[in-house]
Design a protein around this ligand. Structure first.
Ligand code: 7TS
Length: 432
C-alpha cells in the first residue's frame, strides 16, 4: 500500500513561536462579540465559511460608496474604475495560485459553480458513453453530483478511489482505476471532513500518464495552504472567496488556457459574446467567454483585498498556525474516552477535526457547544457517501483559521469532555 498511517506523536504542548500574532484577531469585528449572554464567541466553523477582516469590509464599502458601476461597458469614470479594480482582482487571484495568464482565471459564484461549469461545458463536449470519470470517496457533494449528472447525461461510468479507515486515499487502486477510458479525475486537495491533505501532484502525474485531465476541488486548501496550479499539475482548479476572508458570491475557476479555449461557453447572455446576429453568435475571448451577465463586481474586488491580506500574513505562516492548533486539538480530543476522530493523524491533515461521540448525537453536541459560545458544524457536511463509508450518519466538526487561538481549543476540549461525561450511561459517571 502506498500510504500508511504514521503514529501520531503525542506532543500536546503548543509551540508559541509557530503561532500568528494574536493581534490579527483585532481586525475581525465579528469576533469581538459575546453570545448567549456573556460567552465570548469562539468561531470554529471556518470550513463552512470564514469571517472578514476590516480591510475587506472597508474595500466593499469603498467600492459601493465611491467606485461602483458595471464593468466592461460604460465609457465613464466609475465604469473605468470598477473595471480596473475588477481586473486587478483577477490578476491577484492569478498570482495567488501561480497561474500563467489572467485569462485562465474565470470569476464564478464559487466552487460549486466552477465545478458545474467544467462538468457542463468541458464534460458535455468531451465525455461519451462508456468513458470513465474518476472521483474519490471523500468528495464534497459539489465535486460529486455534477459528475453523477454528467454520467447520467453521457452514459459515462463514475468510479471512486477508495479510502483507508484512517481517511487516506488508497493510491495503489489507481493502477486499475485509471484506464484509457478515464477522461477526468476530480479530487479535493483537502477533505472538508477528514482534513486529509491529498497528494494531488502524484494523482495528477498518474492521471496524465493515463491520458486523463485533472480537476482539483481546492475549496479547503487555497485559503489555508500555499497553492501553485502548475506544481499541482492541475488542468482545472476551483475555490470560493467566502472561505478565505472574502465575500460570498465570488469564486474562481482556473483552467489551462488551451482547454478553456476549446470549450463551448456554458451560460449565454451579455458579455460572453463577440458578435450576435438574429440566429447565432460568436463567443468572446477568454475570460469573458465564461462570464455571462453582470459579474459579482464588488465581491471580486473584495476578494482581491482578501488575497492581499492573506499574502501579507503569508500562507506558510497560516498553515503553520493551523497545523499547531489542529495537532493540539487532535492530541487533546483523543484523550476523551469513546471520542472517535475521523481522518488521519495531524501530519496528514489541514486545520480541521471532525469527531463522533457514542452519545449524544452530533447535532446535540453542536447545540451544547453553541450554548457555551462555540460555533461548530454538525451533520454529514455534504459528504454523504463518505459518512456511509465510515459507518456513521453525522459528525461534529471544528475547523480553524488564522484568528483562532489555543485557548479556544482548550475551551472546545473542555466542553466536549463535559458533554461526554454528562451523557455517559448511568452508573458509569466518571469521578471528577
Ligand atoms: N468543495 C469542498 C471541499 C467544500 O468544502 C465545499 C464547501 C465546496 C466544495 C462547496 O463550496 P461553495 O463555496 O460552492 O459552497 N464546504 C462546506 C462545508 O464543509 N460546510 O459548509 C460548506
Amino acid at each position: 500500500m502506498t500510504i500508511t498511517t504514521l503514529p501520531a506523536k503525542p506532543t500536546t504542548a503548543i509551540d508559541p513561536t509557530r503561532l500568528l500574532p494574536a493581534a490579527l484577531r483585532d481586525d475581525f469585528p465579528i469576533l469581538q462579540q459575546t453570545v448567549h449572554g456573556d460567552r465570548p464567541l469562539v468561531f470554529l466553523d471556518n470550513a463552512a465559511s470564514t469571517q472578514r477582516p476590516r480591510q475587506v469590509i472597508e474595500v466593499l464599502r469603498r467600492v459601493y460608496e465611491r467606485d461602483y458601476a458595471n464593468v466592461h461597458r460604460g465609457i465613464h469614470t466609475l465604469s473605468e474604475r470598477s473595471t480596473e479594480q475588477y481586473e486587478d482582482a483577477r490578476e491577484k487571484a492569478r498570482e495567488f495560485i501561480g497561474a500563467q495568464h489572467a485569462r485562465e482565471i474565470i470569476f464564478t459564484s464559487g466552487t460549486t459553480a466552477s465545478i458545474n461549469l467544467v462538468a457542463r461545458s468541458w464534460g458535455d463536449a468531451n465525455v461519451k458513453a462508456g468513458d470513465e470519470i474518476l472521483v474519490t470517496t471523500m468528495e464534497h457533494h459539489s465535486n460529486l453530483v455534477p459528475w453523477q449528472q454528467l454520467a447520467e447525461r453521457s452514459g459515462a461510468v463514475l468510479k471512486h478511489v477508495p479510502i483507508t479507515d484512517d481517511g487516506l486515499l488508497i493510491l495503489d487502486t489507481l493502477d486499475t482505476l485509471l484506464t484509457e477510458r478515464t477522461k477526468i479525475v476530480a479530487v479535493a486537495s483537502v477533505s472538508n471532513v477528514l482534513g486529509t491533505i491529498n497528494p494531488v501532484r502524484e494523482i495528477a502525474r498518474r492521471a496524465h500518464a493515463a491520458g486523463a485531465i485533472v480537476l482539483v476541488d481546492a475549496a479547503q486548501s487555497v485559503p489555508h495552504l500555499p497553492t501553485n496550479v502548475q506544481e499541482f499539475g492541475a488542468d482545472f482548479l476551483a475555490f470560493s472567496g467566502h472561505k478565505m476572508l472574502g465575500p460570498t458570491g465570488i469564486g474562481v475557476l482556473y483552467g489551462r488556457e488551451e482547454l478553456l479555449d476549446a470549450m463551448p461557453p456554458f451560460l449565454g447572455g451579455g458579455s460572453m459574446i463577440n458578435r450576435v446576429w438574429d440566429d447565432r453568435f460568436t463567443p468572446a475571448e477568454l475570460p469573458a467567454k465564461f462570464e455571462a451577465g453582470t459579474p459579482p463586481i464588488a465581491p471580486a474586488i473584495a476578494l482581491g483585498a482578501a488575497i492581499d491580506r492573506l499574502k501579507l500574513i503569508g500562507l506558510d505562516a497560516v498553515a503553520r498556525h493551523e497545523h499547531e492548533l489542529v495537532r493540539y486539538a487532535y492530541d487533546r480530543l483523543r484523550e476523551i474516552e469513546g471520542l472517535r476522530i475521523l481522518g488521519p493523524p495531524p501530519d496528514h491533515r489541514a486545520g480541521l477535526v471532525s469527531f463522533t461521540l457514542p452519545e449524544p448525537h452530533a447535532h446535540d453536541v453542536a447545540q451544547l457547544l453553541d450554548q457555551q459560545g462555540i460555533a461548530v458544524r454538525a451533520g454529514h457536511h455534504c459528504t454523504w457517501p463518505l459518512h456511509d463509508r465510515l459507518g456513521i450518519t453525522a459528525s461534529t466538526r471544528a475547523s480553524f483559521y488564522l484568528y483562532n487561538t489555543p485557548a479556544e481549543v482548550d475551551l472546545l476540549v473542555e466542553v466536549v469532555a463535559k458533554i461526554r461525561d454528562r451523557f455517559r450511561p448511568q452508573g458509569r459517571k466518571r469521578r471528577q
